[in-house]
Design a protein. Structure first.
Length: 297
């Protein structure tokens, strides 16, 4: 196909970006240019707001990832903190899910001895998130360490309620991620959708919601589409990933993502779906472009 002026301009931008990241990165980005141009030539349907998780591309500079994301049709980056927001703003991208508060996945709100420290950390970051123009901040339950489910909900709700006034004042939603405790995060407590929904009810604020990670919940409970339909009002954000292995979301794994994306759209969801798979193919940005195409329903 003969390139249109728009595509030629975008190709030039990719080449300039590649030149600024060194010969090795330049070679890689030239390889990915065709996939990005294809995405630009075929506008997305716009029914899904696309994001991508920063941590899945550690060898690609954030600026280069932002440039490629724009080419593909992605409008946000996930799991970035205050020290990276300026780069996103240079490229006109949103921070769909911020991080930077808390003590990590295993030490969360189900441990009351951590509440003072966690509350101070989130009280400090919530206004920064809002001032930057963002509205979602990730949080975690922590590991069980012998807690039963009811105790875990009680402890989490007690700590999270202390933050809801600040979150509501600044228009920032704290979003707890559902993770599997079978493969990746042994002993993690927020590992079933029903438990997360019960915690949302206990907190009792629209500024506390769930991050439904499709990869993790396929491992823990399956029945993805029915679960999304049942609990969609509790869900503020989605992550993807191929099962098993957390790699590409293509035909090499067991989930049928077009049907899952259609189910999400049918719930009226207006938030972001972020790609969080670990590319195993030699051209990771090509895999990313393919994933966006698969999810473009």
């Amino acid at each position: 196909m003969k390139p249109t002026p728009q595509l030629f301009s975008r190709r030039s931008a990719l080449k300039a970006m590649a030149a600024g990241t060194g010969a090795v990165m330049a070679t890689d980005l030239f390889k990915h240019a065709a996939a990005a141009e294809k995405a630009a030539a075929e506008p997305l349907k716009g029914r899904i707001n696309h994001s991508v998780c920063r941590w899945c591309y550690p060898s690609i500079p954030l600026a280069s990832l932002c440039e490629a994301a724009k080419e593909i049709g992605i409008t946000a980056i996930d799991l970035v903190g205050p020290d990276e927001w300026a780069v996103l703003k240079q490229y006109g991208l949103h921070a769909a899910m911020s991080h930077g508060a808390g003590k990590g996945i295993s030490q969360g709100f189900n441990d009351p001895t951590l509440h003072d420290e966690l509350v101070a950390s989130y009280e400090n970051l919530i206004p920064q998130v809002a001032a930057a123009g963002y509205d979602q901040l990730i949080c975690f339950s922590g590991n069980r360490r012998g807690l039963d489910d009811e105790e875990g909900i009680l402890h989490c709700a007690t700590g999270l309620k202390r933050l809801m006034g600040t979150a509501e004042q600044h228009g920032v939603t704290l979003v707890m991620e559902l993770l599997n405790s079978k493969v990746d995060h042994p002993d993690y407590q927020c590992d079933h959708t029903a438990w997360g929904a019960a915690l949302c009810d206990a907190v009792g604020s629209d500024r506390f919601k769930l991050l439904y990670d499709i990869y993790h919940m396929q491992i823990m409970e399956g029945d993805i589409i029915a679960t999304i339909r049942k609990y969609h009002s509790y869900i503020a954000h989605y992550h993807t990933g191929g099962v098993p292995g957390r790699n590409e979301i293509d035909e090499t794994q067991e989930l049928h993502y077009p049907a899952i994306m259609s189910a999400i759209v049918e719930t009226g969801f207006k938030g972001y779906v972020a790609q969080e798979f670990i590319p195993k193919q030699p051209e990771p940005l090509k895999s990313l472009a393919q994933a966006i195409s698969i999810c473009d329903v």
